[in-house]
Design a protein around this ligand. Structure first.
Ligand SMILES: C[S@@+](CC[C@H](N)C(=O)[O-])C[C@H]1O[C@@H](n2cnc3c(N)ncnc32)[C@H](O)[C@@H]1O
Length: 460
């Protein structure tokens, strides 16, 4: 049980009243709930449930989510490395269910690392539309990109930008925006007791000022008729209902779009929701859904988009800017190794080849971590396929497979970076799979599988 800060206890007593506060306190004696969320782009819910050795129970507010038991170790199963599920705190799964992403939409996840909500959004976009996943912290953006790649995401733009810079470049650009804001983190004290040490009375106020700015920037990037979801993992009203209230006062072109959900408790601001650890199996969260008034098809917006898409100097033009030599190398690789040719347009970033979404905004002078589906690296006249390419492929799309079983030690040897002896005389790039699901690349040379599982991802 975490040692809760005295001032936090005082604050919660006032917020909840004596009787409910006692129930709230009792919840700290129970274990934090743990969850995984299925990747529907790779496997169905039922198929995953029947294959994994975990005891799974559905999360009521997320059709892709399951609780697992404290004895399960989903992070150590090869299916995790294959991107068949994401380990996520169950309450956090409510946020994207409330956003309701639809295929074909352009969606911004403004505070995205490490990618829990981004992978969830992408599950509903499929390989359509565009997900812009932004993270201001350069270290955290790396984990975000890796998690999206493991998910098999292709129609993505991963940026490492300030909200101001994005807002300047993409006015009224998105159908939906998620602001999963940095916050005082009170809702995570049970799961991460060390968060208590980082808490102070003034923290909520400091966070509230930052959140106010994030919301204002997000508002300007949303199309009329678009939806903005704001979420935190804190109990503090200054960062939740009061934050939304003052946003609505400053932005009279927004209104609350009420969340209807039988499982989640109403916030003190009508139409918003709270997730309480003493009411459901999950940690503390707040979610508000806001709608920008107006019609997304208005002429004003069409003109704004045209402006972005005209003068495509370094954005879309660059996409075609792949030299004939690289095109030839890639075509040869596809012919020898794949049964498909990943659809362009293509873009080179230095020596990295990408298949990008044809809906990308102008990219120049933005700090980009990933600009679509990373296909591989061109080095010294050779094309080397990327991990993201392997993880984004579906069954039947490659020629050579080395299939390993989840219950066989070879799969762990592969994930540790070891070479494997292989029967059969095939040579060349092969997709290494676990029970048919891609894990990464290997190269078959004279009965040996040379390991190309990325060094930074290898299991210790
Ligand atoms: C609550 S976490 C996001 C969790 C993430 N949405 C997920 O589901 O995995 C908030 C993130 O916002 C980032 N952040 C902090 N200040 C920011 C800012 N001004 N603009 C954008 N992101 C910011 C933090 O680095 C942190 O990664």
């Amino acid at each position: 049980m975490p040692e809760l800060p005295a001032k936090f206890i005082e604050k919660m007593k006032l917020l909840l009243g004596e009787e409910e506060f006692n129930l709230f306190c009792e919840s700290y004696g129970q274990e934090a709930a743990q969850g995984i969320r299925v990747n529907p782009l790779k496997i169905s819910r039922d198929s995953l449930v029947s294959r994994v050795p975990f005891s799974l129970r559905p999360v009521p507010w997320c059709r892709l989510g399951f609780y697992y038991s404290p004895d399960d170790r989903p992070g150590k199963h090869p299916y995790h490395a294959a991107g068949l599920y994401y380990i996520q705190e169950p309450s956090a799964m409510a946020v994207v269910e409330i956003l309701q992403p639809q295929p074909g939409e352009r969606i911004l996840d403004l505070c995205a690392a490490p990618g829990g909500k981004s992978t969830h959004i992408y599950s509903y976009l499929g390989h359509t539309g565009l997900l812009v996943a932004n993270e201001i912290n350069a270290n955290r953006v790396k984990a975000l990109a890796e998690n999206l790649e493991r998910w098999g995401a292709r129609n993505i733009l991963v940026t490492n930008e300030t909200p101001e810079k994005l807002a300047e470049r993409m006015p009224a650009y998105f159908d939906k925006i998620l602001v999963d804001a940095p916050c005082s983190g009170e809702g995570m004290f049970r799961k991460l007791p060390e968060a208590c040490l980082d808490w102070s009375e003034g923290k909520s106020q400091r966070c509230a000022a930052m959140q106010k700015n994030l919301l204002a920037q997000a508002a300007s990037m949303l199309k009329p008729g678009g939806v903005l979801v704001y979420s935190t993992c804190t109990f503090s009203p200054e960062e939740n209902e009061e934050q939304v209230n003052s946003f609505l006062q400053a932005h009279n072109d927004f209104e609350i779009c009420p969340v209807e959900n039988d499982w989640l408790a109403p916030g003190t601001l009508a139409g918003t929701v709270r997730i309480w650890p003493h009411k459901v199996q999950g940690e503390g969260h707040f979610v508000a859904r806001l709608r920008k008034k107006g019609d997304a098809g208005a002429g004003r917006i069409l003109r704004a988009e045209q402006k972005l898409w005209s003068g495509r100097k370094s954005g879309v033009d660059k996409i075609n800017d792949v030299s004939p030599e690289v095109q030839k190398l890639f075509a040869t690789f596809c012919r020898e190794t794949l049964n498909i040719v990943p659809e362009g347009p293509y873009l080179m970033f230095g020596d990295q080849l990408y298949a990008v979404s044809d809906r990308l905004p102008e990219l120049s002078r933005l700090k980009i971590s990933r600009a679509g589906w990373h296909l591989g690296t061109v080095k010294k006249g050779r094309f080397e396929p990327s991990h993201a390419l392997a993880l984004g492929l579906h069954a039947g799309q490659w020629k050579r497979t080395v299939n390993l079983r989840a219950d066989n030690e070879d799969v762990y040897r592969y994930l540790k970076g070891e070479s494997l002896m292989i029967q059969g005389g095939e040579q060349g790039w092969a997709i290494v799979t676990v029970d048919g699901f891609p894990l990464g690349w290997g190269k078959l040379v004279n009965g040996q599988l040379k390991n190309h599982y990325p060094k930074g991802l290898r299991w210790g």
